[in-house]
Design a protein around this ligand. Structure first.
Ligand code: HEM
Length: 430
């Protein structure tokens, strides 16, 4: 099954040779075209500064030597996210990769809503919007607070002293909170969550492709069986709601339901975990902003928006391709080209945001692109915002003296061009 957030992984694949038919082409270009390698993932800002000086759209090579176009300005990013000349059709995307190098787009399970165009996308999105609206996200608040508190209770108190052991906030909190929430919302039984979490890790970690394939198979089999069980005895959850819809002719086909469940599960935890991890790191690195938030907790919703802008959880939007030549700021992207739209760069565009590299939780300037734009705008944005507010708010309340354990400069970002997420975030709680 496809994990849409795992399109362009660096580990292992980046070390593989450039595909044969592209080799000469890619090698020649390497001198003049930016390669989105580990250096880019660890510190994209310096590279963005250089790219911006040349223009808002650039040819780049992703790991494996596949050429793409990278868009970095806010205005162009926003326009292209909503431009119907850019397609998200999964078959079209897969065909543009060299054979065998399409990564997760190799699997037919990749044909989920996020990799589709109208009219199929319109039908699927209407159904999922209905199902999510019926669950009234605001009503989840007490349960999400309960989950946050359980996880915070479980964090080792022994990390109290400055010399005590550090806690990895990504593992102990940032990842677990949203995975528990989305599993409960969808109706994945608590007893199965550890299995699911282990499979999911294969999608979000730097592991060899065969490990991902095994995990895909396991998750597909698991979700198919879960849906079959809910067909026999439905319960009060989102999956049962979607199952009910799928019983109605022309609404949602059974294979679409499995893909939708997977999309919601993965989309539901992966970027939210990044928001929590990136957000806490940004606050710890800006003690003045952290102090302001602690002294005026009513600023929390605004702070979450600023954290989403400052360090977007999805570095780039998921893959799109041109269905005709598209001119961006005077540069023509040819027909049939793969396009990466950088939300990370767009959200720090000085043409759009004053002092874009400053973290300012009092910023009165909405409009970041962290949730995308256009018809694929994040279906879970209200839930993500609620989770972010509860997760970061509860953490700061519980541990008023939390500090980074170690130097921020030594932290590693996960080997993915697609996600902007930390491998770990060691903290001392008191
Ligand atoms: C901070 C957390 C989150 C961020 C930053 C985020 C970001 C995004 C972005 C940028 C897109 C559009 C990608 C593109 O156009 O290429 C997207 C789509 C989507 N997101 Fe989220 N997301 C978050 C949380 C969630 C949650 C909690 C859910 C689950 C309920 C969710 C469900 C989805 C779905 C289903 C789509 C596909 C929408 C479509 O194709 O119409 N997301 N998200």
């Amino acid at each position: 099954m496809q994990n849409f957030f795992r399109g362009i992984e660096l580990a292992d694949r980046s070390l593989l040779p450039v595909p044969q038919q592209k080799k000469e082409h890619a090698t020649q270009e390497t001198n003049e075209v930016t390669v989105l390698d580990r250096t880019f993932v660890q510190d994209p800002w310096a590279i963005y500064q250089r790219l911006r000086a040349t223009g808002p759209v650039q040819r780049v090579l992703v790991p494996g030597g596949v050429p793409m176009w990278l868009v970095t300005s806010y205005a162009d990013a926003r326009a292209l996210l909503a431009d119907p000349r850019l397609s998200k059709d999964y078959e079209g995307i897969r065909e543009l990769f060299p054979p065998g190098r399409a990564g997760t787009y190799e699997s037919p399970m990749a044909a989920h809503m996020l990799n589709s165009d109208p009219p199929a996308h319109t039908r699927l999105r209407t159904l999922v919007n209905q199902a999510l609206a019926a669950r009234t996200i605001g009503r989840l608040r007490p349960r999400i607070e309960g989950i946050a508190d359980e996880l915070l209770d479980a964090m080792p108190a022994t990390s109290a002293g400055p010399g005590g052991p550090a806690v990895d906030l990504i593992e102990a909190y940032a990842f677990r909170l949203p995975i528990t929430v989305i599993c409960e919302l969808l109706g994945v039984p608590a007893a199965d969550r550890n299995d699911f979490q282990a499979w999911s890790k294969a999608f979000v970690s730097a592991v060899p492709p065969h490990v991902v394939r095994d995990a895909e198979r396991s998750v597909t089999a698991y979700l198919t069986a879960l849906i079959d069980a809910k067909r026999v005895s439905p319960s009060d959850d989102l999956l049962s709601d979607l199952l009910h819809i799928s019983g109605q002719p022309g609404q949602l086909w059974p294979d679409e339901l499995v893909r939708m469940a997977f999309l919601l599960l993965v989309a539901g935890f992966e970027p939210t975990a990044s928001l929590i991890g990136n957000g806490v790191l940004a606050l710890l690195r800006h003690p003045g902003q952290l102090g302001l938030l602690r002294s005026e907790p009513s600023r929390l919703p605004g702070a979450i928006e600023e954290l989403l802008r400052y360090e977007a959880p999805l570095h780039v939007a998921t893959m799109r391709y041109t269905t005709e030549p598209v001119v961006v700021a005077g540069t023509e992207i040819p027909d049939g080209a793969l396009v990466l739209i950088s939300m990370l760069a767009a959200n720090r565009d000085a043409e759009r945001f004053a002092d874009p590299d400053e973290l300012d939780i009092a910023r009165q300037d909405p409009g970041h692109l962290a949730f995308g734009h256009g018809i694929h705008y994040c279906a879970g944005a209200p839930l993500a915002r609620l989770e972010g507010q509860i997760a970061i708010g509860r953490l700061l309340d519980r541990f008023p003296a939390m500090t980074l354990a170690g130097e921020a400069e030594e932290l590693r970002w996960r080997g993915s061009v697609l996600m902007r997420s930390l491998s770990s975030l060691p903290v001392r709680l008191a």
